[in-house]
Design a protein around this ligand. Structure first.
Ligand SMILES: NC(=O)c1ccc[n+]([C@@H]2O[C@H](COP(=O)([O-])OP(=O)(O)OC[C@H]3O[C@@H](n4cnc5c(N)ncnc54)[C@H](OP(=O)(O)O)[C@@H]3O)[C@@H](O)[C@H]2O)c1
Length: 258
């Protein structure tokens, strides 16, 4: 299958490690030029070097996605440096586990800023550039815990991910006439070196073996590469009929019927 991504320009937020890194590398492998951002410069530089080594143009900047001016100027500079923008992957996200009754305004504001408001800002900044292309793509990395209940302690995370799925649907309706597709992706538990599941597996292997037995029908965690494959397909013209969708990439982990 030819994904027809050769020569396209993609921006991946949080492209320095984990899922964002895997997505950026997969898009580069398929021929895209890449813009990546994260706060930590060292890991960002390493990924940029990998992309350059694949012979693809790359632009990177160390920034905090909660700072609106940095976001706007990064998107503008991406379009200038790489000659436009075709694909935006809103990937950055974080979690703060707390019983709802213990949460404070600050908790909600901080996690909403990272998980939701930053993606709103990136998307608004990207739309004028996507409009100049024959087709454009916006993707949101949500979670299965945006489609169904994640459990106690996850009220903030769950709410931000549900909000992303909801936002993607409405944006898809508004932008469809302009040839811009908008979708969200709902990963299940994905393990990669240095990630949160990897840490938990090393800290408490017995509890994690039990977690796998109860929650993961395939008997294993997902990999960042498996998630990146699906994101890359959704970003490609092979997915031209998919817009306004939320796609599970979870090995059957989620229990929701929809
Ligand atoms: N891993 C899973 O099992 C899983 C499951 C469901 C959903 N997800 C979602 O998938 C996405 C990626 O998850 P992940 O596990 O790959 O996360 P991760 O390992 O924590 O990586 C997050 C990336 O975002 C960057 N980042 C975080 N906060 C930032 C900020 N304020 N400004 C700029 N960059 C920032 C990080 O770099 P710096 O720290 O250097 O800034 C890093 O590049 C998230 O939205 C997460 O909720 C993950």
């Amino acid at each position: 299958m030819n994904l027809e991504l050769e020569g396209k320009v993609a921006l991946v937020t949080g492209g320095s490690r984990g899922l964002g890194r895997a997505i950026a590398l997969k898009l580069a492998e398929e021929g895209c030029g890449l813009a990546i951002c994260a706060r930590g410069e060292e890991a960002l530089l390493e990924v940029a070097e990998e992309i350059r080594g694949m012979g693809r143009p790359v632009y990177y900047r160390s920034l905090d996605v909660t700072e609106s001016q940095s976001v706007d100027s990064f998107v503008e500079q991406t379009a200038q440096e790489l000659g436009g923008l075709d694909i935006l992957v809103n990937n950055v996200g974080g979690n703060r586990r707390k019983e709802f009754a213990d949460t404070e305004d600050r908790d909600w504001q901080e996690i909403f800023d990272v998980n939701f408001n930053s993606h709103v800002r990136f998307s608004r900044a990207a739309i004028p550039h996507l409009r100049r292309r024959p087709s454009g793509v916006i993707l949101f990395v949500a979670s299965i815990f945006g489609r169904e209940a994640g459990g106690p302690g996850l009220s903030i995370y769950n709410t931000t991910k549900s909000a992303l799925i909801s936002l993607a649907k409405i944006m898809a309706l508004e932008l469809a006439p302009e040839g811009i597709r908008v979708n969200s992706i709902a990963p299940g538990s994905i393990r990669f070196p240095g990630g949160s599941w990897d840490r938990r597996c090393q800290e408490d292997p017995e509890a994690m073996a039990e977690f796998i037995g109860v929650n993961l029908p395939l008997g294993r965690f997902g990999t960042a590469e498996e998630l990146a494959d699906v994101v890359t397909f959704l970003a490609s013209s092979r997915a031209s009929l998919i817009t306004g969708a939320c796609l599970n990439v979870d090995g059957g982990q989620s229990r929701s019927l929809i």
